[in-house]
Design a protein around this ligand. Structure first.
Ligand SMILES: Nc1nc2c(ncn2[C@@H]2O[C@H](COP(=O)(O)OP(=O)(O)OP(=O)(O)O)[C@@H](O)[C@H]2O)c(=O)[nH]1
Length: 437
């Protein structure tokens, strides 16, 4: 019995000793966090680690916030049936500057986003437009660089010793070559001949002044070139038309950018349902500047999208609705019918305040032909002449205005987002003439 008790005591002692040894071995082993291998510094939590910045601004981190508008029934042809409203990821209201009216004052100030959507870390960056003053100086310089060959050519002819028939023919050819058009060229040459009949062109400074006066008379200083983008109690509606590739979508984006920069809220209507890429392009502009985009299915009814864009503008209390239209259809008649219908359907909710025809200045007299066709379909209120940076033939401004009887309101001077300027007759003519010698 005593022997049995001794064996039990010994067994207990052996088991207890073994347990202590195992416990101390376990405590000495380093603890490993699940999923973490190695023992370097923790990059996810290190203060100032790059990963935090990437979360805020990286292109892949913020899911685009888009909402589908509730289906509705429009006035005709299923209007409003299938348009989507893509919310801007962030509506920035950066600088306040009267860019569209051509005022050259104002500077950029960065302000809080007007309608932030989603938590801050999901917000992609909203562009801040270039301040008005610097922008206009830069654009006037660009205009001058592309255009002053015309003025220099004319000045060298008029400043010559003799103003004979050959010189006048050269003046005429120079004006025609700059796309001024036959009627305006005839008038200009007649006016210049009359002024130089007795005394000649005078000094180079006098010749320059004479040419400036006559060109300015042709360009016109009395037309109202303001863009109607704000009206009381409802959004102003701007319809943008023109053939494909002239720069309609880009112009819509540039205008939206200027308006948002001026603190206004903008809705974009992607009524170019002919090409899905056109709607994508417009939506990208919208997201960049902080404007909603209303779009429909590819091949859907453009009038329906335009109708929904205006309604979205009304219900959201927007200041301006900009509607981009298709420039290419199977037939010219089809395109014109479509524009007429868009205008009619949109008109059921209120007037269309601006119908802007976008013309590509590099197409020369072709732009005049296009202008003629579009005036037959819709009453135009203004022209946007794009790509003036790409041609020395600025005389097209004069030809187009004569043809349409509506003013050039804006000019495009590049593909950049800030390359849109108000059309200023004096600055334009000065650009044609270049700096005084
Ligand atoms: N150099 C220059 N390029 C411009 C200007 N405006 C637009 N563009 C370019 O012209 C091309 C066509 O512009 P879009 O805005 O797509 O033309 P669109 O009229 O909407 O064309 P569709 O959608 O096919 O009807 C693009 O590459 C623009 O960047 C401008 O003022 N100067």
């Amino acid at each position: 019995m005593e022997l049995l008790i001794l064996i039990v005591v010994l067994a207990v002692v052996v088991v207890a000793t073994a347990g202590l040894a195992v416990g101390s071995a376990v405590r000495r082993r380093p603890r490993r966090r699940p999923g973490v291998t190695g023992s370097g510094p923790d990059l996810l939590t290190r203060p100032g680690a790059d990963s935090a910045d990437l979360t805020l601004t990286g292109p892949d981190t913020g899911a685009p916030t888009s909402a589908t508008a509730p289906p509705d029934s429009g006035p005709e042809a299923g209007a409003g049936a299938d348009a989507d409203v893509a919310q801007p990821a962030a509506a920035g209201s950066p600088p306040s500057a009267d860019l569209l009216s051509g005022a050259s004052g104002g500077g950029a100030t960065t302000a809080e986003p007007a309608t932030p959507v989603g938590p801050p870390q999901q917000r992609p960056p909203t562009d801040v437009p270039e301040p008005a003053a610097g922008r206009l100086v830069r654009l006037r310089l660009r205009l001058s660089r592309s255009q002053n060959a015309l003025g220099r050519g004319l000045l060298s002819l008029l400043s010559g010793d003799r103003l004979d028939e050959e010189t006048w023919e050269d003046v005429e050819a120079t004006l025609l070559g700059a796309d001024v058009g036959v009627a305006a060229t005839t008038e200009l040459v007649a006016a210049l001949r009359e002024r130089t009949r007795v005394l000649g062109a005078g000094t180079p400074a006098q010749a320059r002044q004479m040419l400036r006066d006559e060109l300015l008379a042709q360009v016109g200083t009395s037309m109202d070139r303001t863009l109607l983008t704000a009206v009381p109690d409802r959004p102003a509606v701007v319809l943008v038309v023109g053939v494909n590739g002239t720069g309609k979508t880009t112009t819509c984006g540039k205008i939206a950018r200027l308006l948002v920069a001026d603190g206004r809220s903008v809705v974009l209507g992607a009524a170019d349902t002919f090409r899905a890429a056109a709607a994508d392009q417009l939506q990208t502009w919208g997201e960049r500047v902080g404007a909603r985009t209303v779009r429909g299915a590819e091949g859907g009814d453009p009038a329906s999208v335009a109708f929904d864009a205006v309604r979205t503008g009304i219900t959201s209390g927007a200041d301006t609705v900009l509607i981009d239209t298709a420039g290419r259809l199977h037939t010219k008649a089809g395109l014109m019918d479509e524009l007429t219908k868009i205008k009619r359907v949109v008109g059921k909710q209120g007037p269309v305040d601006e119908v802007l025809l976008v013309l590509d200045a590099t197409t020369g007299q072709n732009a005049v032909v296009q202008a003629r066709v579009f005036t037959e379909a819709v009453d135009l209120t203004g022209v946007v002449l794009t790509k003036l940076d790409g041609t020395a033939k600025g005389g097209i401004v004069i030809a187009v205005q004569r043809e349409l009887g509506v003013p050039v309101k804006l000019i495009g001077l590049g593909e950049g987002p800030d390359d849109l300027a108000p059309f200023e007759p004096e600055a334009f003519v000065d650009a044609l003439l270049g700096d005084p010698a």
